[in-house]
Design a protein around this ligand. Structure first.
Ligand SMILES: [Zn+2]
Length: 389
């Protein structure tokens, strides 16, 4: 029986090896080779050769066909020193791969030559557990989770809609959540605004929201904007975020957000609620209708909804806010079909969802053909009362 050293010697006689100097040359020339790192995760985490794909040795045979379907592809396999990659090259030959080489000296030799390497974005062990139900979905994966952790979402309002949406965005690991609200917690809010609690009555809503959200998930940074959005501050604030979740539910904010969204090219996930009914849509995406395509101007003040406070079923904003968070996470991950170009309504009494197709209006003064979006002037429609979430 051969010793391991004899076995390895035999294998090295059967496979081909590549020098780090030659690999560097080939990478610089941009020859279309596939570079596979077969080390363990903790080794990969310390750094890898730029462009490499990580498949640990233990999973190589299981995953290589998905990663490199063409078995004639030029493959360079590397490990730390060139032993595991030699074994890997031999195994891939047995699977029918014809053009693989093992990197001589491995990542160690690459580093000793002083060549540049990348350090991967990885989840910490705590994050790996916290987000495991996400990462086991191939549509999200570790990559998607890292995307969420790097994302920035602005929630307009920490009220009925903002509560559930911000809670779920924080739970999902959206790394930065900005909250705009100039109000304080009132006991009449607690029937639906689940970010807050009885002992925080009188506290600014942004501060209460920050306590709840960071308590739920310490990965989340909450940016408190204790103010009211207007034409002076909207652009400066919104440009810092990837997208906006609108839970303000009033005409003034709706039109202002629509105009800023078009101007800056940021998606807005809009929801509004009234008694037992809610509606939801996404606007601000290029080539899709905006809110003004549907309603070019706000109604005259005498036809606007009454300024008197109306009742709302407490669970209704829960449904709509969670739908907003779902649309936000989808947009951040690039997953599925967003509600852009559609308006969805929910009738809680009949438990009916309906959908209305929205069409872009070519003559729209904000998103229509030939409009210079950078020149959009923001308007404050101050004659409208704030209905509040
Ligand atoms: Zn439009």
């Amino acid at each position: 029986m051969p010793t391991f050293q004899e076995y390895l010697k035999g294998i090295k006689g059967e496979i081909r090896e590549l020098d780090t100097i030659d690999l560097k040359k080939q990478l610089d020339e941009g020859t279309g080779l596939a570079l596979i790192d077969v080390r363990e995760q903790d080794e990969f985490a310390q750094g890898f050769i730029p462009g490499a794909q990580w498949i640990s040795r233990g999973f190589l045979e299981l995953r290589i066909e998905e990663a490199v379907p063409d078995k004639g592809t030029q493959l360079v396999i590397y490990c730390a020193g060139g032993t595991r990659s030699a074994l890997a090259a031999k195994s891939l030959a047995a699977m029918g791969y014809t053009n693989q080489v093992s990197l001589k000296g491995g990542f160690g030799a690459w580093k000793r030559n002083g060549y540049a390497f990348d350090v991967p974005d990885l989840l910490t062990p705590e994050q790996a557990i916290r987000y495991s139900r996400h990462t086991m979905l191939p549509e999200v994966g570790i990559e998607g989770q890292i995307k969420l952790l790097k994302s920035k979402v602005l929630c307009i309002g920490a009220g009925g809609l903002g509560s559930p949406s911000a809670l779920y965005l924080a739970a999902a690991g959206v790394g930065t959540i900005g909250i705009i609200d100039d109000d304080v917690v009132d006991s009449s809010n607690l029937q639906r605004q689940v970010l807050h609690c009885t002992e925080r009555v009188g506290m600014p809503k942004v501060a209460s929201a920050a306590l709840t959200l960071t308590g739920l998930n310490p990965d989340v940074k909450v940016v408190q904007h204790q103010l009211r959005l207007n034409s002076d501050n909207a652009e400066e604030i919104i440009c810092q975020y990837d997208l906006v979740v609108d839970g303000a539910d009033n005409f003034q904010t709706r039109y202002l957000l629509n105009d800023v969204a078009i101007k800056l090219g940021k998606p807005v996930i809009h929801a509004s609620i009234y008694r037992f009914e809610g509606q939801l849509t996404v606007f601000g995406a290029d080539g899709l209708p905006c809110y003004r395509c549907l309603y070019p101007e706000p109604p005259p003040p005498d036809q606007a909804p009454s300024c008197a406070e109306t009742g709302v079923l407490g669970v209704l904003p829960g449904v709509m806010g969670v739908l907003q968070a779902t649309e936000a996470v989808k947009l951040l991950l690039g997953l599925g079909t967003s509600l852009a170009g559609r308006l969805m309504t929910y009738d809680a009494v009949r438990c009916k969802f309906r959908e209305l197709k929205l069409r872009p209006a070519p003559e729209c003064k904000y998103c229509g053909e030939g409009v210079d979006r950078s020149q959009i002037e923001l308007i404050d429609y101050t004659q409208f009362c704030m209905l509040g979430g």
